[in-house]
Write a protein that binds this ligand. Structure first.
Ligand code: 0O2
Length: 221
């Protein structure tokens, strides 16, 4: 009957979205562990903040329409790889690649795609490192492997992306060229700021090491 079919569909959809929420929780826990342990060992915290989000049904449907994906859960699961998203904001550009390396080493996470929009920024000026992960979720009677999109970026990249996103939607997706050019320029400025902060950090680290060496030499006299 219709009621039975509707009930079955509801269970299937709920289970489908649950798998993404569990996968997201798993990845978030992994990142939190890396953050704490890295802090303990190196006395330095490369992660400023972590955000997670599940794509809303509306934006999943919008993407299905845009990409003309068949309307079944198997196709959606295979083709929409950002239903579960985790965003890691770091202090410096070099931290991004450190985190990537740590993620790639995790045996129960499979990195299926790397999109480096830092080496090759998008036309809009957007910069970030995207990893598409495949995460096993152990359910009562099966293991579901679901995709999680991990975006790793600096505070400057995040600042630009958040504001560009707002401006983009304010102007209803039709920004005049002179404005999008200015947004690209702003992205260059943010990239320069990242380079400058990275260099400052390196110099401060050199000074700190020299100071520590000097203190050690003094003690061993
Ligand atoms: P939300 O709300 O963040 O989820 P597509 O998703 O079809 O555009 P693709 O190849 O699947 O293309 O994904 P892509 O471009 O590698 O990454 C998509 C996500 O990256 C976006 O998700 C944004 O979060 C971010 N992103 C990509 N380009 C830009 C950009 O020019 N500006 C900003 N601010 N963010 C960008 P969603 O689904 O668009 O949105």
């Amino acid at each position: 009957s219709f009621e039975q079919q509707a009930k079955q569909l509801k269970v299937e959809l709920t289970r489908f979205m649950m798998a993404y929420r569990f996968a997201l929780d798993e990845v978030e826990t992994k990142v939190k562990i890396l953050k704490e342990e890295f802090h303990l060992i190196h006395e330095y915290n490369p992660i400023e903040h972590i955000n997670t989000r599940l794509k809303s049904p509306e934006s999943i449907i919008a993407k299905i329409q845009k990409r003309q994906i068949p309307l079944d859960l198997v196709s959606i699961k295979e083709n929409i790889q950002d239903i579960a998203g985790i965003r890691i904001t770091c202090s410096f550009e070099s931290d991004i690649y450190r985190i990537q390396e740590m993620i790639c080493k995790q045996e129960d996470l499979k990195v299926v795609k790397i999109k480096d929009y830092i080496q090759q920024p998008k036309e809009s000026g957007y910069r970030s490192l995207h990893l598409i992960l495949q995460v096993p979720v152990f359910l009562s009677d099966c293991t579901e492997n679901v995709y999680v999109e991990m975006q790793i970026r600096t505070i400057a990249m995040d600042f630009w992306a958040s504001l560009e996103h707002k401006i983009y939607y304010k102007y209803n997706k039709d920004i005049p060229a002179y404005l999008s050019n200015q947004l690209v320029e702003a992205a260059h400025t943010a990239a320069l700021l990242d380079k400058k902060m990275e260099k400052l950090n390196e110099e401060i680290n050199i000074l700190k090491n020299q100071q520590e060496d000097a203190a050690y030499d003094y003690r061993s006299l």
